[in-house]
Design a protein around this ligand. Structure first.
Ligand code: HEM
Length: 266
């Protein structure tokens, strides 16, 4: 962006580095849709970070046994997650021919390489061995730092154990790099909480806030899949996956698994 030599940036611009921010969208083609594609990708990256920040706040509050503050932070995260879902609307303003006009310039760039998205998955508790090994080997500092912490769901299970719920010791005494696997005894605990919400007011409230975070995450994933079908049809992704079928498998994953499965038995 060119500026007159006498230009003096006002405080709004200097405070939040707006000039630098607007320098960052640099399309590689003349195609009409590419600028919006980059803008929305930037917005989403920043919002991933906002959600991570709130989930980290929630985790810290829970480690202090402060459920009220945990729920406040989770509710804030959920608001941002709804904005993240709504961002797909802007991307859908692009027709498939407009997307095809610049797809080549992406080379092998793919959302799978987003460290902020991966950090968000790690915070929530999706830490598959393959991703953990890759992050420790050559990942971004943000990912390595996150893997040194228990995930949000680990912190929830540790909190429930401190409150006297019979959470198996394996679920609370594992290294943070090891992913929690769904456990029927944890499902029993959620079942007890939902059978007697009046006896477990705080944990019931916590569970509802957690489920909303997980729901919004899955909502984002499923809308991404629809956008992918709209833009790619049956084409492969830029990361070399088979595109929509790969994302359909990803869509089956649920965060906080026992919070979904106990419902069958209620
Ligand atoms: C035209 C729009 C888009 C299309 C066609 C598209 C397509 C795809 C495809 C096919 C994959 C599977 C991996 C691969 O082979 O590349 C993928 C993964 C992914 N995309 Fe997109 N994408 C689009 C926009 C976005 C945007 C704007 C974001 C957010 C910044 C995003 C974030 C992701 C993430 C995080 C993954 C990895 C998911 C995971 O590892 O679980 N995508 N995308």
């Amino acid at each position: 962006m060119t500026r007159a030599p006498e230009y003096v940036a006002p405080e709004y611009v200097t405070y939040a580095h707006m000039d630098e921010l607007h320098e960052l969208q640099r399309p590689r083609s003349e195609a009409r849709g590419e600028m919006n594609f980059i803008l929305i990708s930037h917005v989403k990256e920043l919002l991933f970070r906002a959600v991570i920040d709130d989930l980290d706040t929630a985790r810290c509050a829970l480690q202090r046994d402060d459920v009220a503050d945990t729920c406040l932070a989770l509710a804030r995260a959920t608001r941002t997650q709804r904005v993240l879902v709504a961002c797909w609307e802007s991307m859908n303003g692009m027709s498939v021919d407009e997307y095809v006009a610049f797809r080549d310039v992406l080379n092998d760039a793919s959302g799978t390489q987003s460290f902020a998205y991966r950090a968000l998955e790690f915070v929530m508790g999706n830490r598959p061995e393959r991703q953990v090994t890759a992050a420790i080997r050559d990942g971004h500092a943000m990912l390595r730092a996150e893997l040194a912490e228990p995930s949000l769901y680990d912190a929830v299970l540790q909190y429930l154990a401190r409150q006297g719920f019979p959470i198996p010791v394996d679920c609370v005494a594992k290294p943070p790099t090891q992913q929690h696997e769904s456990n029927p005894l944890v499902e029993d605990v959620w079942l007890e909480i939902y059978r007697h919400p009046d006896r477990h007011l705080e944990t019931h409230r916590l569970a509802e806030c957690l489920l909303e975070v997980a729901y919004q995450f899955s909502h984002w994933r499923s809308t991404h899949l629809l956008v992918v079908e709209r833009m790619l049809g049956g084409k492969n992704g830029t990361a070399g996956t088979d595109g929509a079928p790969w994302l359909r498998t990803i869509n089956e994953h649920r965060f906080f698994p026992e919070l979904w499965t106990f419902r069958t038995r209620l």
